[in-house]
Write a protein that binds this ligand. Structure first.
Ligand code: NAD
Ligand code: UD1
Length: 343
């Protein structure tokens, strides 16, 4: 019998790419998403890519009774939990909505799992739980020290899951700490579709390349890094998605609860990203050096060795592939899923 995986937030950026990889790996999927930051069209496209429709329930995780009804209506073997809000700036402006959606949503999910004896969980965490790391590369042993409400929700959820796993015999969980996901599926059928002006580097660079904005604002060139600009561990979203397949396999052997970094282990600077993106698009992408962005750190990248040991997984795509696939998606879907809906 196929293993059935409930994917929360499966219509989102990382969730949709993960649905493709899970379905191709033979898992039966049930997606729940309230579509607060995504489009139903995404799952139609996932279905096209994998050759079968994806079962979808439009549902908010905090609607506990609806969630219980869903769990009661079918067998679920494991949960991959992406659903949540993720914008750092919004979380500073409106912390309560972040604690409510991310933390209360997760508690509702865990209660439904407990009630239905579903004891396998993969959680989308973030390197942001560390705040300002003491050293790089960052290992999983680095203390949690988040510096904004979004990071606090991730750190709290990690702790809640650890406590729940410790309290209940047979529960197993992996807390996957993503670094900086970029890129898109090579088919260019699914990708990141940020609402409004993108705040992250790669989507902004691609919007400049497509003519939507005149130039990239480079936030500081006076950091103690190799070219003075900020260094991050960019990871291709398809590699990240495959990390979840490896994590589900590993849940069969891993006891208890464990945090694992999903990064490449390599840092790239802002100027390196702009240079590689320029090669992908075929012309120089304009940029201007500006002041530092408040709250930014100079450099963070993963120690990716635990993922290799525990999951038998490592990232395969380099920055060239990340830029190529992100650009392909941007070029073919200039207004994201909206452009295709109207055509
Ligand atoms: P996303 O916004 O594209 O996907 C999240 C999905 O969850 C959306 O489809 C949204 O509609 C849904 N959702 C939100 N709240 C919900 C709720 N209460 N009930 C049901 N559905 C709900 O974001 P993403 O980039 O795919 O990120 C997925 C997860 O990974 C998030 O938890 C995010 O915090 C985490 N993460 C993302 C990044 C990143 O850079 N993208 C980095 C680290 C961690
Ligand atoms: C952001 C989030 C973090 C999240 C991560 C992954 C903040 C403060 N942090 O981190 O919680 O886990 O995304 O998605 O938002 N840059 C520019 N110009 C731009 C945009 C960014 O120069 O227009 C620079 C930044 O200064 C940084 C690098 O590019 O050095 C990457 O920035 P970004 O993509 O926003 O990611 P993070 O800051 O790592």
């Amino acid at each position: 019998m196929m293993t059935t995986v409930l994917v929360t937030g499966g219509a989102g950026y990382i969730g949709s790419h993960t649905c493709v990889e899970l379905a191709l790996a033979g898992y039966d999927l049930v997606v729940v998403d309230n579509l607060s930051n995504s489009w139903p069209e995404t799952l139609d496209r996932v279905g096209e890519l994998v050759g079968r429709p994806i079962q979808f329930h439009r549902l908010d995780l905090r609607e506990h009774h609806d969630l219980l009804n869903l769990f009661a209506s079918r067998r679920i073997d494991a949960v991959v939990h992406f659903a949540g809000f993720k914008a750092v700036g919004d979380s500073v402006r409106d912390p309560l909505s972040y604690y409510d959606n991310n933390v209360a949503g997760t508690v509702s999910l865990l209660k439904a799992m407990l009630r239905n004896d579903v004891a396998r969980l993969i959680f989308s965490s973030s390197c942001t739980v560390h705040g300002l790391p003491r050293s790089v590369p960052v290992t999983e042993g680095e203390p949690r020290n988040p510096v904004n409400p979004y990071g606090c929700t991730k750190a709290m959820i990690e702790r809640i899951i650890e406590d729940q796993v410790a309290a209940t015999s047979g529960w197993r969980a992996l807390l996957l700490r993503y670094f900086n996901p970029v890129g898109a599926h090579p088919s260019a059928r699914i990708g990141e579709d940020p609402i409004g002006i993108p705040t992250n580097l790669m989507p902004y660079v691609m919007k400049v390349a497509s003519g939507k904005y005149p130039y990239v604002h480079v936030f500081g060139d006076d950091y103690r890094t190799r070219d003075g600009t900020g260094v991050r561990d960019y990871i291709h979203v398809v590699d990240l998605a495959k990390g979840h397949v490896a994590a589900l396999h590993a849940l069969e052997r891993v006891d208890g609860c464990q945090a694992i970094n999903l990064g490449t282990g390599r840092g790239c600077s802002v100027l390196e990203v702009i240079s590689e993106a320029s090669k992908a698009v075929g012309f120089p992408i304009p940029y201007r050096i500006e002041g530092r962005r408040p709250g930014d750190i100079a450099e963070i990248y993963a120690d990716a060795s635990l993922a290799a040991d525990v999951l038998g997984w490592q990232a395969e795509h380099d920055l060239t592939a990340m830029c190529r696939d992100h650009w392909n998606w941007q070029r073919k879907n200039p207004d994201g899923y909206r452009s295709s809906i109207s055509t």
